[in-house]
Design a protein around this ligand. Sequence first.
Ligand code: ADP
Ligand code: ZN
Length: 554
Amino acid sequence: WSSRSFPWTKSLEDHNKKVFGNHSFRPNQREIINATMSRYDVFVLMPTGGGKSLTYQLPALICPGVTLVISPLVSLIQDQIMHLLQANIPATYLSANMDWSEQQEIFRELNSDYCKFKLLYVTPEKVAKSDVLLRHLESLHARELLARIVIDEAHCVSQWGHDFRPDYQGLGILKQKFPSTPVLALTATATASVKEDVVRALALVNCIIFRQSFNRPNLWYTVIPKTKKCVEDIDKFIKENHFDECGIIYCLSRMDCEKVAEKLQEYGHKAAFYHGSMDPAQRTYVQKQWSKDEINIICATVAFGMGINKPDVRFVIHHSLPKSIEGYHQECGRAGRDGQRSSCVLYYSYSDYIRVKHMISQGVVEQSPFSNGYNRINTANSGRVLETNTDNLLRMVSYCENDVDCRRLLQLFHFGEKFDSNNCGKTCDNCLKIKSFVDKDVTEIAKQLVELVKSTGQQFSSAHILEVYRGSLNQFVKKHRHEKLNLHGAGKHLAKGEASRVLRHLVTEDLLVEDVRKSDLYGSLSSILKVNESKAYNLCFGRLSVILRFPSVA
Ligand code: ADP
Ligand code: ZN
């Protein structure tokens, strides 16, 4: 897709320079634009700040007709439209809290054969609830004036993601109604399972996927045991490493935000708090002061995040356990946009895990701004959502408790990306700490794990396989009589985390495959381990050995 000989290539180059003021394209932008303009469905995974907007705004400008953009937040939409209008690109939006007469005017324009708008932004609620909108889209489509459908923050479609929004699930209707209109789905965060889920829910056809590495080389990752003196520790960390620099401290509850901010003020920092129950004017005020460097440190819930384009955030500290690796990665991603070295420090205690778990089950965890604020989850799916959230949280716990593997490798593995920890360059606590390695032959463990996946019928998750291997007698194990298996408890003697490292290695090396599908056993979309027979054959018949690195004791 990188070819420069598409009919629109010259026009692309010209408009990119003249209208958007860019000298060149960023990685993947040209390829994405060529694919969507060739009328394919396209799915884009690109980290925040990568330049996703251009990949639909530029095609919108040079294609005839109107591009429909679905975006989760009105404030975000207004911001985009302001920028578009400044560049003289006619764009507008429809939202539920707009005057009826204002909406009428926009609909009238859409009906005209010379509709001036190139982009129409709507919230997903609008698509779900407005028949009038659908009728107008049908009319545009019938007149061949519906150029493209863009779904921004597409991970909100998935219950597996950390930002699930029920209204996004209804967007599958768009492909049903307009099968010939190309869809472009964009997100800055998605694991393999979320990606599958999104492609399925949006009913994308022969979809072309662009994915950029999610590694952020200039971010330094550390996990530190959390003590009672956590805020003192934070104070010291900032004074020693980031004196008078700008950062975010993510806290779990609103109360925590206020307490941490107050203490840091006592220690002499220019700190403030930010959370969902402040009134909008207050929030805007704090955000502005922060942007202008009048406040250095914001103590915030995850409600603080969207639309933060401050390039020089030098540290992101997690005062409590984040709710998922995806969320963690995205929150850390707000540091170091300018490419300069920045710190990501996570204070971890097991008691926080219990606390977060309880809050999740009570539905009182503050959500990121995509997820409609502070709602209790009361959909019919709440059981499933709860299960997913707990699973996400457990993965976060195992990330924190891992004191061997490269943090980058662990995060990127979660996004289905392979990472060679030699490339970390000792920029995470685990790589820094471990001075030397010994190679250990773990072929026997690998064989046993593969055998276990086979003997349980290739229908269970990796978490369950590990439970059985370690000899767990939990209810689910007993329900399936897995305590009767020969290999039940075969991995009991292994050091903590060793079996899961081997299992992760087997997935990375393609001996085992994670298959995301709807499973009767789990009653929902699940990630099931399967055996890649051709590769596993070599392992089982001694033609392949598995060597893993371990930190040497010396
Ligand atoms: P994303 O949506 O992926 O987070 P944006 O679309 O908001 O990223 O783009 C991030 C910033 O990069 C914006 O300020 C945008 O103007 C700029 N940008 C995008 N593409 C280019 C380019 N080809 N050249 C220079 N700047 C660009
Ligand atoms: Zn590392």
